[in-house]
Design a binder for this molecule. Structure first.
Ligand code: ZN
Length: 315
């Protein structure tokens, strides 16, 4: 095995590419805008530029890396190396990204869903080290997930396993998630949904300091701030947020029977506010043996989890 691997964390707004050593240390990285609105060809060119710049930064060439791992938004097919139709990459329909990049980079190239890659990163280098049954959940604007089962990343039949954000927690719920499933976990517990619930209450005339913020600027963190200053609506919304997350965790425990559930993403920065409330629901509702064996912890790898995960795909 060579000493270095390259990772590409392809997001809707930015591409974070870097070189990692086999111990999970990022040695250098390059962040550039994705410019998704300019279409697939332009974005692919940006990916190539970011790979070349990363190699140059470390003064190495492609023959010195073990391979390139790409974490991309789903849906995608990891086995075929094809990005299928991610909502935040407009114009991407069945793009054979791995084959395209192989024309320029003579090395092993692997593609996987960004949340799957993050799960792998936490397993190899983060909160899940040495644990063989793991579910990783990222809670930010959306909710994504990845599962390690018996020490292996579980992709499912066509790479869409562990889409825990889109499992139903209320079959009669709001229809505002892109997945089309009313009442999926993401439509209740994501940062975006937290804001949507707040706006609904503001529109219906609830008294809250949140209404001082222009509607387009309201963010999940504003709601957490308002709760800290005692705002009644914000406190209620946070209570609900923790409850919905708890329900999601109860289901994950039943589906996967993991030894650990690792929670990352933007909302995990509110861990101290959410944890006890969330676990109250878990303790009340989860299957007892599944609850007893399972810890619920905050992710260990910070902002570079996507990059570390992408690079880990070729380890
Ligand atoms: Zn959904």
């Amino acid at each position: 095995m060579k000493k270095f691997v390259c990772g590409v964390d392809l997001g809707g707004t930015k591409i974070n590419t870097g070189i990692m050593d086999v111990d999970g240390n990022i040695l250098c990285n390059v962040k550039i805008p994705t410019e998704a609105d300019k279409g697939p060809q332009h974005v692919i060119n940006n990916i190539k530029i970011s790979i070349i710049e990363s190699l140059n930064k470390l003064n190495i060439d492609v023959s010195q890396i073990e391979g390139i791992g790409i974490g991309a938004p789903g849906p995608l097919n990891a086995d075929r190396g094809v990005v299928e139709c991610p909502p935040n990459l407009p114009g991407w329909i069945d793009i054979p990204l791995v084959d395209i990049l192989k024309r320029d980079f003579d090395t092993e190239i692997k593609l996987n869903n960004d949340a799957n890659a993050a799960a792998l990163a936490e397993y190899l280098f983060g909160a899940g080290q040495g644990i063989n049954n793991i579910v990783y959940m990222t809670v930010s604007t959306g909710i994504g997930g990845g599962a390690i089962i018996d020490g292996k990343l579980y992709n499912g039949a066509n790479s869409n396993a562990a889409e825990i954000g889109h499992h139903t927690i209320n079959f009669d719920g709001p229809r505002w998630c892109n997945c089309g499933n009313p009442g999926c976990l993401e439509s209740y517990a994501s940062g975006t949904s937290l804001v949507k619930f707040a706006k609904k209450h503001i529109e219906s005339g609830r008294d809250t300091i949140l209404k001082d913020k222009p509607s387009g600027e309201l963010k999940a963190e504003d709601i957490f701030d308002a709760a800290k200053s005692g705002d009644k609506l914000a406190l209620e919304l946070i209570e609900n947020e923790a409850f919905y997350l708890g329900i999601g965790i109860v289901n994950i425990m039943a589906f996967y029977n993991p030894e650990i559930i690792i929670i990352g993403g933007g909302l995990s920065s509110q861990w101290d506010v959410l944890y006890d409330k969330m676990m109250k629901t878990v303790d009340e509702r989860a299957l007892k043996p599944n609850r007893q064996i399972c810890k619920v912890v905050k992710a260990k790898l910070g902002g570079n989890v996507g990059l570390i995960g992408a690079a880990s795909l070729v380890l």
